[in-house]
Design a protein around this ligand. Structure first.
Ligand code: ZN
Ligand code: ZN
Length: 461
């Protein structure tokens, strides 16, 4: 049984859709040939927590709930731990309710009596969980963990840096090391993030694996990662454009005219595109910590933000390969029907199916080649509640409207399908699209799209 706070208005998850997707042109010739006529959409969430760290569910519960909801892949991304220790036990104390529900649903779970007569349950490993839940063509558990770090500066500032390492079934050596400490001092953030990305790539390459490295919730909690950090770290190809748990207490001090993760994304990509760096792609993720309506409000609950990937096969390597091609969509309550980019005409096309009563809109955004790298203004933030502390002191740059400019809007009438396309102009650095529908998911944090369900395509150029 799973408890959600209130009913979510979006579509019941349609499992991956059948049918050929031959219109796609985001791949190169060989890749396209290989994927031709077999590719389909798979729904998944690569940001989930369990009792392996601070999530409040056993991994079997988390997986079975996502699977029952129609998800095709899931990454359990616990903090600084990979689920490969076959001798990890947790005590029942303070978790009585969870133990009761877990043991009722999974009576084969292993328990023992620990110190002082307290019952303990063993946490299942990734290998055990995959063996239990994986189903070819229906569900795949993908290895993951969340590298969870903090950088502190001598001026008093403290920045949290959280990075998901996906599809590598082992903790990064630097984090597994007995010398590991969560906090480092005075490392410039671009260097710090790039170092982890490079370690991930080298570690996976040495093991013959295909890793996905993602910078998580950059604006959590106090705008801890600025877009300029991602403007100069081409090693980072992915970030969370939509994190269900993102909040930023400083939002009241930021401009209210659309200053959100979309704007963040466009700033990073405008700079990257101008420098010839690969465009940054955006995922959606639940960052699930609570499953039963515990405190945290609607945040950090399951089934709010996800990633829809188009791939011929449902396995970690194929999913990561598709995402490296940009063949995926970040979703918060809404999924497009089709997305394609025609390289010859540089046209991005998006179609959205009709839904009874729902008015759906497709918006196209670009950044212009002549944008100014000089901020229009710089906002200094020091939280009002912390007048004497520099811990969360930040500066946020606001750039001109040649970054992230909305250039085309297609509005469907209620109940109408929308087919929209935009041909890039010579002065566009890239184009991306956002699909919207009035509604409200459980994501209500600051800087989140309000009053709408949203799907984000990847930027194309
Ligand atoms: Zn995190
Ligand atoms: Zn997390």
């Amino acid at each position: 049984m799973i408890y959600l706070q209130g009913e979510v208005a979006y579509d019941a998850p349609a499992a991956a859709r059948d049918g050929p997707r031959t219109e796609d042109t985001t791949m190169n010739g060989a890749e396209k040939e290989a994927a031709k006529s077999a590719a389909r959409w798979w729904r998944g969430n690569l940001h989930t927590h369990t009792f392996w760290s601070d999530g409040r569910a056993f991994p079997e519960e988390s997986i079975s709930w996502y699977k029952a909801r129609g998800y095709n892949f899931l990454g359990l991304s616990d903090h600084n731990v990979y689920q490969d220790d076959p001798d990890r036990w947790i005590a029942e104390t303070g978790r009585e309710r969870y133990f009761g529900e877990y043991l009722a649903a999974f009576p084969d779970a292993r328990t023992r009596t620990g110190a002082e007569g307290i019952r303990e349950a063993r946490l299942s490993t990734f290998a055990e969980l995959a063996a239990r839940f994986d189903e070819p063509g229906r569900f795949a558990l993908v290895p993951a963990f969340e590298a969870t770090r903090t950088v502190k500066y001598s001026d008093g500032r403290s920045h949290q840096v959280h990075m998901n390492v996906v599809n590598v079934p082992k903790l990064l050596p630097s984090i597994a090391s007995p010398d590991f400490v969560r906090t480092e001092d005075d490392v410039p953030l671009p260097r710090f993030v790039a170092r982890h990305a490079r370690e991930t790539a080298a570690f996976a390459a040495a093991r013959g694996e295909r890793a996905l490295f993602m910078l998580n919730h950059p604006i959590w909690q106090w705008y801890d990662i600025a877009p300029e950090v991602l403007a100069e770290t081409p090693e980072v190809r992915f970030f969370e454009v939509c994190n269900n748990g993102t909040e930023i207490a400083a939002a009241a001090e930021l401009p209210q005219d659309g200053f959100d993760t979309d704007r963040f994304w466009d700033v990073a990509n405008a700079f990257r595109a101008r420098r010839g760096l690969p465009l940054l792609y955006g995922l959606g993720g639940d960052d699930t910590h609570v499953y039963r309506g515990e405190p945290h409000g609607g945040m950090l609950m399951p089934f709010n933000a996800w990633t829809l990937v188009r791939s011929a096969s449902l396995d970690g390597d194929s999913l990561v390969a598709a995402m490296e091609r940009g063949d995926f969509v970040a979703c918060e309550g809404l999924e497009p029907e089709d997305v394609s980019f025609d390289r010859a005409t540089r046209t991005l096309s998006v179609s959205v199916a009709a839904k009874p009563g729902a008015a759906r809109t497709v918006r196209f955004f670009v950044s212009k080649r002549d944008f100014s790298e000089t901020p229009v203004r710089t906002i200094a933030i020091r939280p009002a509640a912390e007048p004497d502390s520099a811990v969360h002191e930040r500066t946020v740059n606001v750039y001109d409207d040649r970054i992230g400019r909305e250039v085309a809007t297609f509005r469907g009438a209620p109940g109408e399908a929308v087919r929209a396309s935009y041909a890039m102009q010579p002065d566009d650095l890239y184009v991306r699209a956002r699909v919207e529908e009035p509604g409200q998911t459980l994501c209500t944090a600051n800087l989140h799209p309000k009053g709408k369900l949203v799907a984000w395509t990847q930027p194309c150029a």
